[in-house]
Design a protein around this ligand. Structure first.
Ligand SMILES: C[S@@+](CC[C@H](N)C(=O)[O-])C[C@H]1O[C@@H](n2cnc3c(N)ncnc32)[C@H](O)[C@@H]1O
Length: 369
């Protein structure tokens, strides 16, 4: 099952993905919107269970040139479909096309589905029923060059399974992990999120500090591939999710909204890290830093587009003032919309990365208070 895999991430966060995969012993090359690596099922299991930053994982199964639907069907029929799809199993085709003749989603999808079923024609395997779960097939067409991939993921990887309670404008779990990496945070350093909402930053960091596998609580699309071997998967999963040695770390999550703090507590419980994180319901201006060595304050404060909170510039100016008066010596990582809003804090901040989140271009800024 050796082959080429593409792990996807929001464009702008690719270096964090490569770093994350390296930590899993996987050497990957950066591509726009992700990273490519060579591997087998063991690497696939490892990425799905242990990557903190990847959003999706696909197996690339072939590339060919096609300028029209007939050439597309011919190319599709030539690929090997048996490992991935069983005869009559539903297929969900996703197309992204640029500078190419093939761009009509509906007709490309229909042609692809029929060509896959053609390729699978032959004697039926006795005693086997096709899975009712569909297999997602991604077609990326650039200048008439078609790249065909099979999705191994299912629901996006940031859905770890623990965030059922959500506060306002939560950040995706894999992006929170990438931001922690960008900020140079590592287990052992005290972490505070003073506007924690549903608790994403401290929960994600606590899972990390305990060496827990972020994907250990969820299911994946590859479990419906025709070649899937449940016993091999179970054995591999048992090994891969075994917690690696953790590091004791102080975590504090706080929010002025009691509903958000309750949601964060519930989420932490489901993630199995409730005993690691102290949660408080306090406005940032009243929050006292935990005792001990200063660490990292990380947060995505409200901003206009997603959270309405009156004068947003005033909010950011205010939080800059609180940081300067109470949090001297702490490192900070802030997430907010690209533009001048971060200047309102009055802090000297460096842009660490920019990416798109919920249709808004956001930046991550880092610095010292
Ligand atoms: C964008 S949300 C944070 C989302 C969070 N990172 C998550 O993943 O769920 C901003 C949060 O800041 C909180 N907030 C706004 N102003 C605050 C203040 N002055 N003190 C404490 N929390 C505040 C809001 O209640 C909201 O939960």
């Amino acid at each position: 099952m050796q082959g080429k895999w593409f792990a996807q991430v929001a464009p702008g966060l690719e270096p964090m993905l490569v770093q994350d995969l390296e930590a899993l012993g996987i050497s990957a090359q950066m591509e726009k919107g992700g990273a490519v690596f060579q591997g087998d099922l063991e690497q696939m299991y490892r990425v799905l269970l242990r990557s903190r930053v990847a959003g999706r994982l696909r197996r690339r199964i072939g590339t060919f040139k096609a300028k029209n639907p007939d050439e597309l069907a011919k190319g599709i029929r030539r690929l090997s479909w048996k490992p991935w799809v069983s005869p009559r199993q539903p297929v969900e085709v996703h197309l992204s096309s640029s500078q190419s003749h093939l761009k009509h989603k509906g007709s490309v999808a229909k042609k692809t589905e029929l060509a896959i079923q053609d390729a699978l024609r032959g004697p039926r395997k006795p005693g086997r029923r096709p899975s009712r779960s569909s297999v997602r097939v991604d077609l990326r067409v650039v200048r008439d060059e078609v790249t065909v991939s099979i999705d191994a993921t299912g629901e996006l990887l940031h859905r770890r399974g623990w965030r059922l309670s959500s506060a306002m404008a939560p950040i995706r779990e894999n992006r929170a992990a990438a931001i922690l990496m960008l900020a140079g945070w590592a287990p052992g350093e005290t972490l505070v999120d003073p506007m924690c909402g549903s608790g994403t930053f401290p929960i994600e960091a606590a899972l990390w500090s305990l060496g827990k596998a972020p994907g250990g609580q969820r299911a994946f699309a590859f479990e419906h591939w025709d070649s899937h071997k449940e016993s091999a998967w179970k054995a591999a999963k048992k090994k891969i999710v075994r917690a690696t040695p953790g590091r004791r770390t102080v975590f504090l999550g706080s929010d002025r909204n009691a509903g958000a703090v309750n949601a964060a507590r519930e989420n932490a419980k489901r993630a199995g890290v409730q005993s690691e994180i102290a949660f408080r319901c306090e406005p940032f201006a009243d929050l006292r830093p935990p005792d001990g060595k200063p660490g990292l304050v990380v947060f995505n404060p409200p901003w206009g587009g997603r959270v309405s909170s009156g004068n947003v510039t005033g909010v950011w100016r205010g939080l800059g003032g609180v940081l300067r008066s109470r949090w001297k010596g702490w490192r900070i990582a802030l997430v907010g919309p690209v533009g001048g809003l971060h200047n309102a804090t009055g802090l000297s901040l460096n842009t660490l990365a920019s990416f798109e989140s919920g249709g808004v271009r956001v930046s991550v800024w880092g610095g010292f208070v």
